[in-house]
Design a protein around this ligand. Sequence first.
Ligand SMILES: [Zn+2]
Length: 200
Amino acid sequence: MHLSSSTTTPPPASTRRRRATAALDPRHTLLVSCFDAALPLERLGLSARGNPCAQVRSPAHLVAPWSDEATSENALLTLSLSMRETHDVVICGHLRCAALDALLDQERDAAASRLLSQVPAAQATLDLVRRNYGDLGGEALREAAAQENVLTQLDHLLTYPLLSRVDGPRVHAWLYDERDASLWAYSFEASQFVHQVSPW
Ligand SMILES: [Zn+2]
């Protein structure tokens, strides 16, 4: 009886706002991250007592933009979002990344570069980086590319109907820098990545 009444009561309109200041709950968080990112999940609040949050991982955490057609490109993320209650979605890039290396230096790993260039979500980042950061190199280029890739894939993420709803999950865009174990979170208000002071 209690269960029945609680599941049929609609959530209050202010749920999303109240959640805005709440800490992440790993049981209701989906992490979209790179296949080779060694993220300190516990420190980031993405794991509790050894139980990590749900994760979707791929090279360069690529996200295919939403399409009405139920393509396999969309299916994994859509399933991950819909199979359990999700309050927060975190897309997290990182700096020490084999996929970024392949994206930025086509001679380093020609086969991987060729494959990445055939993935529209990766090509979108590469086009942007070439257009805006042609004068950068080395670590500066890597940092710019990592940031732009998080934001490009974030844009794709926000095309999913569940995530564009007012009462949908919160969406966070992070960048983890292995060089000094620092976390940077994108501020939608300031339109830039902001250093997060530990403990996060
Ligand atoms: Zn990576």
